[in-house]
Design a binder for this molecule. Structure first.
Ligand code: CP
Ligand code: NVA
Length: 317
């Protein structure tokens, strides 16, 4: 980190930052995105290096972090378990000690959250969660920025989110858990509808009370009046062995036109992608006028540029 920059922060869960830090990040993202769209050079991370460690597949996370880091003047090192000593049982603590002496930031996509927490505990530099079984904070950061871009209409970012209803239809997975944390930090409500046995667990989600969400057996009821309807794959990475059982259990948790019609008239649809049309969402909805999934994907890059700037340089100006 920059000499003189105060305490080192990791970004492992959404709740690692406070509401006022999110307000700052949303504003920085807006500025950074505008500069990029205007072809204005902005390279505050010259000579800085990001190590990206992937234990699971990725398209968006890899491209958005890699392109974003280069655009800011830095460089990246890409590692997978298969092509590093981490795949040959080098202790995660030792990997963290070594890698973090050579780079300025580390991004990790892995399985159990405990693994990234162990890495972070032994890292000299900030660690960013690029998805674990339990959380996907960078995605929700992008989703919230996308919502604000489409719906703030002059209001502040935090006012735009406060009091809103987000309908979560599908698996009680890493995305759902992160939505709950975001609701608790930023003051909105999540309507959660999952098949029996796939619900969210507040302990796993890491929220302090159940006030930020309501559970609905019927996904249509969860969508009623919602300002945002969102879903994700029925089978997340690492759970492929359960795919057949899940296909049956989730059959009624497909976001369709009827659910969108039950939501608020100007409701947005989001999906972190990759999507399976005909499973968790119909083609009509994901390719329809309320869907903002391509903005959502693009915004991964812009919010993460704001995040990397914040973790390395602190507040600008
Ligand atoms: N949404 C998301 O994280 O996509 P990738 O798995 O392609 O990185
Ligand atoms: N819940 C999904 C998200 C993919 C970006 C998974 O973990 O596979």
């Amino acid at each position: 980190m920059k000499p003189g920059h105060s305490l080192m922060k990791h970004y492992l869960q959404f709740k690692d930052l406070r509401a006022e830090e999110y307000a700052y990040l949303f504003e920085r993202t807006r500025i950074i995105k505008t500069r990029f769209k205007n072809y204005e050079r902005y390279t505050p991370l010259v000579d800085r290096t990001l190590a990206m460690i992937f234990e699971k597949a990725s398209t968006r996370t890899r491209v958005s972090f890699e392109a974003g880091m280069y655009q800011m003047g830095g460089s990246v090192v890409h590692l997978t378990t298969g092509d590093s000593q981490m795949g040959r049982s080098e202790p995660i603590e030792d990997s963290a000690r070594v890698i973090s002496r050579m780079v300025d930031l580390v991004l990790i996509r892995t399985y159990e959250h405990a693994k990234i927490a162990r890495f972070a505990a032994h890292s000299r530099v900030p660690v960013i969660n690029g998805l674990t079984n339990e959380f996907h904070p960078c995605q929700i950061l992008a989703d919230l920025f996308t919502f604000i871009e489409h719906r703030a209409a002059g209001a502040s970012a935090l006012d735009c989110l406060r009091g809103k209803v987000v309908a979560w239809v599908g698996d009680g997975n890493n995305m759902a858990n992160t939505w709950l944390q975001a609701a608790e930090v930023l003051g909105f409500t999540v309507h959660v509808s999952t098949p029996g046995g796939y619900g969210v667990d507040p302990k796993v989600a890491g929220i302090s009370s159940a006030d930020c969400y309501k559970v609905f057996d019927d996904p249509l009821e969860a969508c009623r009046g919602a300002h945002l309807v969102t879903t994700d794959v029925w089978t997340s990475m690492g759970y492929e062995a359960e795919n057949e059982t899940r296909m049956k259990a989730f059959a009624d948790w497909c976001v369709d036109a009827e659910m969108m019609a039950a939501a608020a008239p100007d409701a947005l649809f989001m999906h972190c992608l990759p999507a399976h049309r005909g499973e968790e969402v119909t083609a009509e909805v994901i390719d329809g006028p309320q869907s903002v999934v391509w903005d959502e994907a693009e915004n991964r890059m812009h919010v993460q540029k704001g995040l990397m700037e914040y973790l390395l340089l602190g507040r600008i100006g």
